[in-house]
Structure formats: structure tokens, C-alpha cells
Design a protein around this ligand. Structure first.
Ligand code: SF4
Length: 334
């Protein structure tokens, strides 16, 4: 092991091996906790990293211990030929896992090609099964397409599919049990995520957070006591549970009421090539300019290391010093 390929440790000893790559800031729906309903200013194409630039950066990250990738957006499936990028990334020897987070609106069209390209896992955003609630959240009437997308992914042979549901008090309590049943019946893993202050209209408030504990209570009321599942990956954001009887898995991600920043292993690359050391980072490191200026790779690695070294202990939500990042969720990627 030489100096140049030492793993990415921050000042708290957290090792960063998980890179989330936003491949676009564009999306085909308008979830209110993520982006504005109208007049969204998207990045011009020329400012977005090309697949080859993403591949070059990932090869650098792989030299310093990154082995897990997640493709995000906006909505990654709106980026043309995304399967070509998956093949490029799967071709990097150190990369052992490539996953994608999608809203599944067009997944029925892409599922087979993604599977053939070698995509390992799918996280599918689904906050509601009730049409009106789904419409209220996404501002697009596409629930049927999402459900078709989920079926198509299972038919294409994806076995590691997770449903991600953002939980919002006063809006999605009535969705908790229908989603749990839906996932349980289809042998899909389900995760509930607490609502976070990254919405563009800045309507987030503490009292709108439906906590992980409250969700667990709702589910246990119907399904009986949940059994904590062994925590195989200490850095994973979710706390997983098994249903009584051992079949079916449910995860709770509670960044607001029980933060898990202490074991965070995640870095984020925005669509235009800015590196963020945290979802709530107030600073960014521009890797795209370095790439396009032909800067030597060791100097780009130095920037990556500086970004990691500057990482704060956690997000500070609920504390006086908390400052919302300028970017909204669709400009960062989940
Ligand atoms: S808020 Fe930041 S530090 Fe905390 S888990 Fe998320 S990305 Fe990691």
C-alpha cells in the first residue's frame, strides 16, 4: 500500500468506500420534498459529466478504496444509454457493487437492459399506493407506470429490490401499512426514510417528520413484534427488522430522530462533477474543472482527500448551527 492509495479516512476515522453518483439533475416527476413544481432550472448538457469522465473519476476513487457505487439523479433513467455507463463502471476491477435509485416511472422499458449491463441492485422510490397521495407528493399521475416498473424489474431477474418510502407526518401515515403489505406480498424489501430538510420550497418542519419509532409502532400493531436483523454493514443507513415468522424485511432510516453519521461511509458526486462529503455539506470540491483542464491524477486525488478531511461529524439538523445546503435533493442525488 503506497501513500497514493491509502483508504479515504476522515478526521473521525470513518472510511469512505461508497460513492453516490448523480448522473443528471433532471427528473420526470416533481416530488415536493425534492424539487420545485415548475420552472426548474436544469444544468445545460455541456456542464454534465460525460460517461467517460465519470469512469475516469471512479477509477481514481477505486484506487483509494471506493468499491460501492450508487447511480442517482434527479432520475437516472432520464439519462440516455445509462446501461453503457453501468458497463463502464462494472469493468473497473475494484468495484464490487453498482446500484441505482430510480422512481421507476420508465423502468418497465429499461429493466432488461439494466440487468444485462450488470446492475446489481435497485432502490425504487415509492411513497404512496393511494393515487391521490401519490399525486400530491409527485405532482405527476404516474403511479401505474411505477407499479409496472417494479413488476418488470422482478421479471427481468432483479432479486435485490428495495422500495424507499419517504415518511411525512400528516400525509403518509395511512400509506405505511399498505406499503408494508405490498412489499411483503411481493418479497420486496421496504425502507421508510424520515423526511429531511432538502426540499426546494423550504416547507420542511420538525413536526412533519414521521419518526422511525412511530412507523415501527404502526407496523408492529398490524404485523406483530419486529425482530432486529443482524447489522451486516455497520455503515448502512437503515436499521433493518425481520417480520415475526422470519419472512420479509423492513428498514427504518431515521436521519432526523436518530442520526447515524458516526459510521457514515458515503461521498457524493453531483451531475456537474462537484464532490460533497455529506448530503448536508455546505462546501464542494470541483473535480470536473480539474479533469477538463488536464490536471494530473495525483492532484485530483489530493482534492478528494481534502474533501474527506474536511468532513464534519454529522448533519446538525435540529441544532441551532444547522444550515440548509443551497442545493435541493435533485441537485445532490439521494
Ligand atoms: S447526513 Fe452526512 S454525515 Fe450524516 S449520514 Fe448523511 S451523508 Fe453521512
Amino acid at each position: 500500500m503506497t501513500m497514493t492509495n491509502l483508504p479515504l479516512l476522515d478526521s473521525f476515522g470513518r472510511r469512505h468506500n461508497n460513492l453516490r453518483i448523480s448522473v443528471t439533475d433532471r427528473c420526470n416527476i416533481r416530488c415536493f420534498y425534492c424539487m420545485p413544481a415548475e420552472q426548474v432550472k436544469f444544468l445545460p448538457r455541456a456542464e454534465i459529466l460525460t460517461f467517460e469522465e465519470i469512469e475516469r473519476l471512479v477509477r481514481l476513487f477505486a484506487q483509494v478504496g471506493v468499491d460501492k457505487l450508487r447511480l442517482t439523479g434527479g432520475e437516472p433513467l432520464v439519462r440516455t444509454d445509462i446501461d453503457r455507463l453501468i458497463r463502464l463502471l462494472k469493468g473497473i476491477p475494484q468495484i464490487r457493487d453498482v446500484a441505482m435509485t430510480t422512481n421507476a416511472v420508465t423502468l418497465a422499458r429499461h429493466a432488461e437492459r439494466l440487468k444485462l449491463a450488470g446492475l446489481d441492485r435497485l432502490n425504487i422510490s415509492l411513497d404512496a399506493l393511494n393515487h391521490d397521495t401519490f399525486l400530491k407528493i409527485t405532482r405527476r399521475d404516474v403511479l401505474d407506470q411505477v407499479l409496472e416498473g417494479i413488476s418488470a424489474a422482478q421479471e427481468a431477474g432483479f432479486t435485490r429490490i428495495r422500495l424507499n418510502a419517504v415518511a411525512i407526518k400528516g400525509l403518509t401515515e395511512a400509506e405505511v401499512l399498505p406499503l408494508a403489505r405490498f412489499a411483503w406480498e411481493r418479497n420486496l424489501e421496504l425502507r421508510f426514510i424520515e423526511y429531511m430538510p432538502l426540499d426546494s420550497e423550504q416547507n420542511w418542519a420538525d413536526e412533519k417528520v414521521l419518526s422511525g419509532a412511530a412507523i415501527r409502532e404502526l407496523v408492529e400493531h398490524e404485523f406483530g413484534p419486529l425482530v432486529p436483523a443482524p447489522r451486516t454493514d455497520p455503515a448502512q443507513p437503515a436499521f433493518d427488522y425481520l417480520y415475526a415468522g422470519g419472512r420479509g424485511r423492513l428498514g427504518l432510516i431515521h436521519p432526523v430522530t436518530a442520526p447515524f453519521c458516526g459510521t457514515c461511509n458515503r461521498l457524493r458526486l453531483t451531475a456537474e462533477g462537484k464532490l460533497r462529503n455529506c448530503l448536508f455539506s455546505l462546501e464542494e470540491w470541483d473535480l470536473r474543472s480539474l479533469l477538463r483542464q488536464g490536471v494530473a491524477e495525483p492532484l485530483i486525488l489530493e482534492q478528494i482527500r481534502t474533501c474527506v478531511a474536511e468532513k464534519r461529524p454529522g448533519h446538525l439538523i435540529g441544532q441551532q448551527q444547522f444550515e440548509r445546503p443551497e442545493r435541493t435533493m435533485h441537485q445532490i442525488g439521494g
